[in-house]
Design a protein around this ligand. Structure first.
Ligand code: HCB
Length: 215
């Protein structure tokens, strides 16, 4: 089997909601020498993108997505420990979270894992996080080199990102922290409109962008 075959198999287990098959395919890919990042970006995530497109086309429904999400999580349990980085690398602290009202955590967890793998110290606030809690955490860590990494998968929850930036300004914290927001609805135009610093397409890109703006 070629590397692409292993990646296609990972993709297909996500699309087919095959949880056990996904675990098996993940172990097979690792045994074949495929790296964890490669497996996530070019196998599993490709599958989730297809699942999203199928959902939008009403070809599948929520229970199917939930099974695909479970398959993805099962694979990530195997892959995440392989992505551990050196948090003393000096890149700084990444405070990661999903905006209030939003429980989509797959992309958030991927981004968080990749930032950790790239040497960021991580505080993961989880999903459905009110802005007040985010600001509290920033205040707690004032003085550190920091980046805020927020995700929003819905157009509704994305609006909360504007309030995050406003609150940072009101509290006099905006200059203390870089702000990167992402998730499917987040665009460059939105980032410019709300005065955040950056966005990124995927988890690998998020690490690259974070390293760049934290220089
Ligand atoms: Co959900 N859902 N969903 N959903 N869901 C979306 C997001 C819709 C777009 C589907 C649609 O209608 N077309 C839609 C939102 C519409 C909108 O607002 N415009 C939607 C809806 C409406 C809902 C519910 C309200 C459905 C309902 O209950 N009626 C409900 C929401 C509940 C809530 O949050 N309060 C819901 C529930 C679910 C689940 C539970 C079934 C499941 C989530 C499981 C989980 O996360 N544990 C789910 C899923 C899986 C999706 C889709 C199909 C895929 C999302 C996903 O995981 N993508 C999604 C369709 C879509 O996005 N096209 C659909 C894969 C990951 C890898 O990509 O974009 O999340 P990602 O993250 C990337 C990227 O954005 C970037 O890097 C990541 C890694 O590569 N990134 C960042 C992410 N965060 C970043 C931060 C940074 O700073 C930088 C980069």
């Amino acid at each position: 089997m070629s590397n692409q075959d292993y990646l296609d198999k990972l993709r297909d287990t996500i699309v087919n909601q095959n949880i056990n098959g996904c675990v098996e395919a993940t172990n097979e890919a690792l045994a074949a020498g495929i790296g964890a990042v490669e497996a996530i970006e070019n196998g599993l995530s490709v599958g989730m993108k297809i699942v999203g497109d199928k959902f939008e086309a009403a070809e599948i429904y929520l229970p199917h997505i939930m099974m695909s999400a479970k398959a993805m999580s099962a694979a990530m349990e195997i892959l995440s420990p392989l992505l551990v980085g050196d948090e003393n690398a000096g890149h700084g602290l990444a405070i990661t979270y999903v905006q209030e009202g939003d429980i989509h955590d797959i992309g958030h967890r991927l981004v968080t894992t990749m930032l950790g793998a790239n040497g960021f110290e991580i505080i993961d606030l989880g999903v459905d996080v009110p802005n007040e809690k985010v600001i509290e955490e920033v205040i707690k860590n004032k003085g550190k080199k920091m980046i805020l990494v927020g995700s929003a998968l819905m157009t509704t929850s994305m609006l909360g990102q504007k309030d995050t930036v406003e609150l940072l300004k009101e509290e006099g914290l905006r200059d203390d922290i870089k702000v990167m927001f992402g998730g499917a609805p987040v665009s460059d135009a939105w980032i410019a409109e709300i005065g955040a610093d950056a966005t990124a397409e995927n988890a690998a890109d998020a690490s690259r962008v974070a390293l760049e703006i934290m220089k």
